[in-house]
Design a binder for this molecule. Sequence first.
Ligand SMILES: *Cc1c(COP(=O)(O)O)cnc(C)c1O
Length: 363
Amino acid sequence: MKRVYNFSAGPSMLPLPVLEKAAAELVCYGDSGMSVMEMSHRSPAYEAIIGDAQKLIRSLMNIPDNYKVLFLQGGASTQFASVPLNLMNKNKAADYVITGQFSKKAYEEGKKYGDCKLVASSEDRNNTYIPQLTRWNFRFNRADYVHICFNNTIYGTKFNYIPDTGDIPLAADMSSCILSEPVDVSKFGVIYAGAQKNVAPAGLTIVIVREDLLGNARPETPTMLDWKIMADNDSMYNTPPCYSIYMAKLVFEYIQGLGGLEAMKAYNQKKCAILYDYLDSQDYYIAPVEKEYRSMMNVTFVTGDADLDKKFAKEAGACGLQNIKGHRSVGGMRASIYNAMPIEGVEALVAFMKDFAAANPKK
Ligand SMILES: *Cc1c(COP(=O)(O)O)cnc(C)c1O
């Protein structure tokens, strides 16, 4: 069967050359005589894989030497607890910005551990924008960290700037935008991301954390959630998500082969522009997000008629443009066009949108 264009928000498409390489190596990896899935994580062959993955992500993201990269399990959602457990250690206080469902979940989780203040929110306009934040939004001498979600997967918004939090460490959920473009890691205390949007199959969570923030986890922190313990053990305190890390390594190599994150960004900009330019050129579909906060990765739009939206998703699916239905909480359509979505997929989507609009005039 032919592969479809899969617009799923996650798990989502992986680059075809990566899948093909993994398939070729599936049964027998190199001269090991076994699959990566069957390998001891302490074997030299596997240590080379995880070591290369570490080196590659450091070089791709230009991660400074004073940051650790951890390969963990539990998904981004586990980090909603890990962040407060590891960082809410001085004043037992943190500042949160809500720009969508995941940042709200992070805030709710954080509240279990101390004084979490909601310092800004975009809920007043249905999360169609990103609040402008300055240092004065944050509780200087009080907040142990500030938490944001950099790209809002469900609403299709993205921070178009990095908030200045002064001396307060900035914690960012980058699950749906990591590796989509260069980012100045040094502006963050910690960056975390579930892998299943832009990096690898589900099961791997990447944490990039500044070293000086390690070692002061709260006493009740479960061993498995303590970043310092994971860092001291090179992410192998216990069995890591071996196969997902291997897949991540292949994806890192693939991105490096394209020319790194600058090249990736150029490709992603070109790709999302095809869709946004079309959306801006017509009035059948409505793109609710304010232009300057549009995500490159998740593009949301509606027809304004719930029945038509439903029909759209169904018919698009039948044409090989799958999983275009918006998140169950917001409805409408959402095209997740992560790194691995080819330009041809977006072109096919726009062609379908034109046909659909012509065939389904609004009353
Ligand atoms: C998908 C997603 C999550 C949830 O990730 P899990 O790995 O399923 O826990 C959290 N935050 C953002 C921004 C996401 O896109």
